[in-house]
Design a binder for this molecule. Structure first.
Ligand SMILES: Cc1ncc(C[n+]2csc(CCOP(=O)(O)OP(=O)(O)O)c2C)c(N)n1
Ligand SMILES: [Mg+2]
Length: 337
């Protein structure tokens, strides 16, 4: 019988990284977190400057995104929601591609099988069955590929979440479900979302393991994901990981949370932000120097400068592209002449 673990798993408070992570691994994980952080901070500026459209901020979600994906092999698949729009950067997906997505430019739609990263999913939870299906399909083909889906606390109230997780469990599909519990679904707080004491508890209903981790502890997220990926790849079926934190930024650039959020709590949570916590750990354990941290940040900033320049240098798309891949035979009303 699967049993949910209700306390939060933490690693950063100690002095040892999870077994198997070498100093170069720890630094690569840091580089990825900083790249995501700088992407997010610059994207908000670009939105304010009118250079990209409405943008879903993921400031302080970097530990979840970088930590969980660090446990994957290149052949494994990632299924992001809009909150993980830039997660493909950890696979080398170009910055400009993600920026173009937020600019509504067709070059922002990458081919999922090029990066093993699914399309950014805006409908809540509809990519959960996609991940379950891909994982099951790979298993049927005898490939040892794992699918990892990211979604929010609000998504766990959706039918697609239930269908996807239940299906993956029944089929023993090699899937990992990562719930980013930032305790808000736009302006709906978690208390109004569910009566469940923890979202990881929902795993019990599907007969799969459920794990709760501190979502601001990148190594705790990594460790939970590593165990889940190993289990999935070894034929042990899916796991639900609940990464708990508290949203400290607006839901998106079109949101003003001052109408519903407690600013004192936000202030308190920002003080525990995940990139700084990880940097403190790395400095304390002698893996990172302030000089190297500065260099990593400058490189990420340069990548963003180059990314927006490349995005803006691309010619505007032809309106006819709207119909490409939409029809084999366009209806008469759309045919020229
Ligand atoms: C099927 C569907 N219903 C409603 C919405 C509108 N909507 C956009 S974001 C959001 C909240 C989702 O909250 P959560 O799952 O916690 O993710 P978070 O934004 O906090 O990462 C809603 C309801 C949507 N995008 N899709
Ligand atoms: Mg949420």
């Amino acid at each position: 019988m699967a049993q949910a673990v209700t306390e939060l798993r933490r690693v950063l408070d100690g002095s040892e990284p999870p077994a198997g992570l070498t100093p170069p691994d720890l630094l690569e994980l840091h580089r990825r977190m900083v790249l995501l952080r700088v992407f997010d901070e610059r994207a908000v500026v670009f939105q304010r400057q009118g250079r990209i459209g409405t943008y879903a901020i993921f400031w302080n979600h970097e530990a979840i995104q970088a930590g969980a994906t660090f446990a994957l092999a290149e052949r494994d698949w990632i299924f992001p929601s809009y909150r993980e729009s830039a997660i493909g950067l950890v696979r080398g997906l170009p910055v400009e591609t993600v920026l173009q997505w937020w600019r509504g430019h067709p070059s922002g739609w990458w081919s999922p099988d090029e990066w093993n990263v699914g399309s950014i999913c805006v409908p809540i939870a509809t990519h959960v069955p996609h991940a379950a299906g891909l994982a099951w399909g790979k298993k049927l083909r005898g490939e040892d590929t794992v699918a990892m889906a990211f979604f929010g606390d609000g998504a766990t109230s959706e039918g697609a979440f239930h269908e996807g997780v239940n299906f993956a469990a029944v089929m023993n599909a090699p899937a990992v479900f990562v719930c980013n519990n930032n305790q808000w679904a736009i302006s709906t707080p978690i208390e109004a979302q569910t009566r469940a004491e923890s979202l990881a508890d929902k795993a019990v209903g599907y007969g799969i393991p459920g794990v709760r981790v501190d979502g601001l502890d990148v190594l705790a997220v990594y460790e939970a994901a590593r165990d889940a990926v190993e289990r999935a790849r070894g034929g042990g079926g899916p796991t639900l990981i609940e990464a708990v934190h508290y949203r400290v930024a607006p839901h998106a650039t079109a949101d003003d949370p001052s109408a519903y959020i407690d600013p004192a709590r936000v202030e308190q949570e920002r003080a525990r932000e995940c990139v700084g916590r990880y940097e403190e750990f790395l400095v304390r354990t002698g893996v990172l120097t302030a000089e190297r941290a500065g260099q990593v940040r400058s490189e990420a900033e340069q990548a963003l400068r180059d990314g927006i320049a490349a995005a803006e240098a691309e010619p505007a798309p032809s309106p006819e592209l709207l119909f490409d891949n939409a029809y084999v035979d366009p209806p008469p009303s759309l045919r020229n002449g």
